[in-house]
Design a protein around this ligand. Structure first.
Ligand code: ACM
Length: 388
């Protein structure tokens, strides 16, 4: 795609984040992160004197709609770049569209890895940038007997397969593996809570996403389970889900991510202040929101170099590019289109805020295929910043 014909026209981009449906809670924050970055860039004069203009649709947390809107953006709206997708099932629906039409998807969400498309830039964590760190922390701090509960789609299946390998590296065991539908309610977790009570694992690893997350954590609290002895650990329970769970039921549970809203750095204080000034003091950032934000800034820098929306030129400009994101300096890895990130493990403390209990001392190279990786690699590079 090339829209360099008119020098006056804005640069048009597409946005696909659900404003309705089961994952609207987290995707709205990704939308807001995207809009904030676009507004910042435009307020500073745009890119090469031209503003960025977004065409946004609401795919309603539905894979088929993601695929159809991607097609519309590329074929009818003549947009070449799409910022979007949370659930891996929705990315898998957009993938053949951007590959066939040579568009570019910028994907700001942690995922299961084992994918590397020329037509995607992945700015969320690969499993070696969150899952390994989580497994290491949990097996050192709580024990190695795990119970898996997830939503019924590709990310939880694949994420559990990887977590099982990591637990087995620590001579651990998986005592149960259960899935609930994406529109899970409180009742969906009743039998699972009974099974957890019976099996008494050391850790419950949750790959539940979206609105079902609050039902799981609330059912867990109501069952009287104590997170100090048996936490729920997750890669998908962020500040956005905690807002739905409530701070009390979330307290003591554990999440690994490259970014938490509580990070006390000048770059993050600036980001949180700008986000709250724009969207409201009650709004909280999270890792998927932060990736949605910084990937627009990465794109704008690439566009300034490429001077064109041509996908091949933009991709070349993005690979190797760095940006001082709220989490620290990130870099698009030219080897695999994923991003160097700063892994952390957080435990929910006061007021639903994450306290960092372990963190990487370096930006970790993404390894979407987990080649050459074991839990021990991470252990050698990390700082255990707080004891239990
Ligand atoms: C996910 O589905 N990548 C959270």
């Amino acid at each position: 795609m090339d829209n360099t014909a008119s020098t006056e026209a804005p640069w048009r981009v597409g946005i696909l984040f659900s404003q309705t449906g089961v994952t609207a809670g987290i995707e709205r924050t990704q939308m807001q992160g995207t809009l904030l970055a676009i507004e910042e860039i435009n307020a500073a004069g745009g890119v090469l004197g031209r503003e960025i203009e977004a065409v946004a649709y609401d795919p309603a947390s539905d894979s088929a709609q993601f695929g159809a809107f991607a097609e519309r953006l590329l074929a009818e709206d003549r947009v070449g770049v799409i910022f979007g997708c949370y659930m891996s099932s929705t990315r898998k629906a957009v993938l053949p569209v951007v590959e066939r039409r040579n568009g570019l998807l910028l994907y700001p969400t942690l995922y299961e890895g084992f994918e590397c498309s020329r037509n995607v830039i992945y700015t969320g964590a690969a499993p070696n940038q969150n899952g390994e760190q989580l497994a290491d922390y949990l097996t050192s701090s709580y024990g190695n007997r795990f119970y898996f509960v997830g939503s019924n789609y590709i990310y939880p299946f694949e994420s559990n397969r990887i977590m099982r390998d990591l637990v087995q590296q620590r001579a651990g065991k998986v005592l149960g593996e259960r899935y609930v539908s994406l529109d899970a309610t409180r009742k969906s977790f009743a039998a699972i809570i009974r099974d957890i009570r019976r099996k008494e694992p050391d850790v419950v690893f949750s790959t539940v996403v979206g609105s079902g997350t609050a039902h799981l954590y609330q059912a867990y609290a109501d069952a009287g389970f104590d997170p100090r002895g048996m936490p729920i650990a997750s890669l998908t329970t962020s500040e956005a889900e905690i807002a739905e769970i409530g701070a009390e039921a979330a307290r003591g549970h554990v999440t690994a991510a490259p970014y938490f809203a509580s990070l006390d750095t000048p770059a993050n204080r600036r980001f949180v202040a700008a986000y709250q000034a724009r969207f409201g003091a009650d709004q909280t950032t999270n890792a998927s929101c932060e990736a949605a934000y910084f990937q627009v800034h990465l794109f704008a820098r690439a566009l300034a170099v490429a001077g064109s929306m041509d996908t091949d030129l933009l991709r070349s400009a993005m690979l190797g590019l760095e940006y001082d994101a709220p989490q620290g300096r990130v870099r698009v890895d030219p080897d695999n289109n994923h991003t160097y990130l700063w892994p952390k493990v957080g435990r929910v403390g006061e007021a639903g805020r994450f306290e960092v209990v372990a963190q990487s001392l370096i930006a970790v190279k993404p390894e979407p295929y987990l080649v050459d990786h074991s839990i021990a690699d991470w252990s050698r590079r990390q700082l255990q910043s707080a004891a239990m």
